[in-house]
Write a protein that binds this ligand. Structure first.
Ligand code: GDP
Length: 194
């Protein structure tokens, strides 16, 4: 897809603020700092639309980006930020849960996992929760440029094993540096928008 228009609609903290234009939504989930904002910017080829940060735990809002007036990317608050208080974590959890259970426009879910590490407890819980509710996410292994080719393969197998995926092919390696995975991700998005 050629992106000709990309704009931030709102950084929402409550349901009442979600856009009401009924566009399909592509949802991004992952730990804070996993690369969600970078993922959006890489896909749409806009450096600064989604706010990236090297300080984890900053994005506590749900950010809606409208792309080509055709769909929204919804960048969810990052889960599993170690320094967050219990109340903060619960608040994020509720926000994510409420969105996923009540919002019918969510047409595709990407769960991002850092390809350099084993999926964390939070990653596993998130994944299992999604599957339980029939919201099968596509798994993206981020920051793939930071590991060697051999380790990329290992990483994909490790993620697939730990999450109990049917096949390692369900993991899409992604890199904002080399653009690895970009085309495949767009194919998935275009398929659900047809
Ligand atoms: P978010 O909190 O999930 O939105 O994460 P960000 O998109 O802000 O990324 C966190 C940090 O990881 C930033 O310093 C990014 O530049 C870096 N990062 C994200 N994706 C990649 C990638 O594919 N390759 C490399 N080398 N760095 C990345």
């Amino acid at each position: 897809m050629k992106v000709t228009k990309a704009e931030i609609v709102i950084s929402a903290v409550a349901e009442a603020q979600y856009p009401d234009d009924n566009l399909p939504e592509i949802v991004l989930l992952g730990r804070s700092n996993v690369g969600k904002s970078t993922f959006v910017n890489t896909l749409i080829e806009r450096r600064g639309l989604a706010r990236t940060s090297s300080q984890p735990g900053k994005t506590q809002t749900m950010n809606f980006y409208r792309i080509n007036d055709q769909f929204h990317f919804v960048d969810m608050p990052g889960y599993g930020y170690a320094k967050a208080s219990k109340t903060e974590r619960e608040k994020w959890g509720k926000m994510i849960e409420k969105y996923l259970r009540n919002r019918n426009n969510a047409t595709l879910i990407f769960q991002l996992i850092d390809s350099r590490h084993e999926p964390s407890e939070d990653d596993i819980l998130m994944y299992e929760w999604l599957v339980h509710y029939g919201l099968n996410p596509l798994i993206i292994g981020t920051k793939a440029d930071k590991i060697s080719k051999i380790n990329q393969k290992k990483s994909v197998n490790r993620i697939a094993n730990i999450l109990n995926l049917r096949s390692a092919q369900e993991v899409i390696l992604f890199s904002s540096e080399t653009k690895l995975g970009k085309e495949v991700v767009w194919e998935h998005i275009e398929n659900v928008l047809k």
